[in-house]
Design a binder for this molecule. Structure first.
Ligand code: GLN
Length: 233
């Protein structure tokens, strides 16, 4: 595959925390590996494209999060995501996006059903969790750094696996784990954007989405900064 389609979902709603940058990092890293990337922006009124390789959701304030959920529950969008998962496409969902793809969440005092793609539920805690976060990924075998800013606490159900073990910060709220993962579906509280701060993770998502193997990151500058961040947080 020398072309990759990156679907950026609801930038106008899920762009508050800068996570839209994940699409640009993927585009940049893809180019680095000789792959042409197309970023497809999907707005509130649009249908999700059925041929995406990577679907991205970002963080948002509660009201925007509920609007995004409403749009994703409309028409064939949820079916499109289920087919995408079966095809082996990647989903990366950050913070509000992570809560949206879970089973249930509370936002703006409203309890709603999520998309049910990850076996998690999220409820607000009594204080906002803000600051640097560092984890060891349970599946990737390396450390990740990011920035968190959320009220939500996330509880994993029996079929969800935590994405990261917390070294610094709060993650899902218990200061033990961050996010959840199931196959190629990744949920996390890490902004940054996470892929800008952890280029190896971007490469891993490209590997999963294209079926090609990138043995290791070969961009010394990107690696140097990612390593430096892990030391200072
Ligand atoms: N509204 C959600 C919360 O506070 C998500 C916040 C975010 O995306 N940063 O938990």
């Amino acid at each position: 595959m020398s072309q990759i389609r990156i679907v950026r979902i609801h930038n106008e709603l899920l762009g508050t925390y800068g996570d839209q940058g994940n699409a640009e990092v993927l585009e940049f890293r893809a180019k680095f590996h000789g792959i042409t990337a197309n970023i497809i922006d999907v707005s509130y009124n649009d249908d999700l494209p059925t041929n995406g390789d990577i679907y991205l959701l970002g963080g948002a304030e509660d009201a925007a999060q509920l609007l995004s959920l409403e749009a994703l529950q409309r028409g064939a969008n949820l079916e499109t995501l289920h087919f995408a998962i079966e095809r082996g496409a990647v989903i990366l969902a950050v913070c509000a996006g992570f809560q949206i793809i879970g089973n249930r969440f509370v936002a703006n005092g409203q309890e709603v059903d999520g998309l049910g793609l990850l076996d998690v539920i999220s409820i607000p805690g009594d204080k906002r969790l803000v600051g640097d976060i560092k984890t060891t990924s349970t599946v990737l075998g390396f450390e990740l750094t990011g920035f968190e800013n959320h009220m939500g606490r996330t509880i994993l159900g029996p079929t969800a696996q935590a994405f990261g073990k917390v070294i610094t910060g709060h993650g899902n709220g218990d200061s033990k784990y961050d996010g959840a993962v199931n196959g190629n579906i990744f949920g996390t509280y890490m902004h940054g954007p996470i892929l800008a701060r952890n280029p190896e993770f971007a490469d891993l998502l490209l590997t999963r989405a294209t079926g090609r193997k990138y043995a290791q990151i070969t961009d010394p500058l990107a690696l140097k900064y990612a390593t430096w961040r892990r030391k200072v947080i």
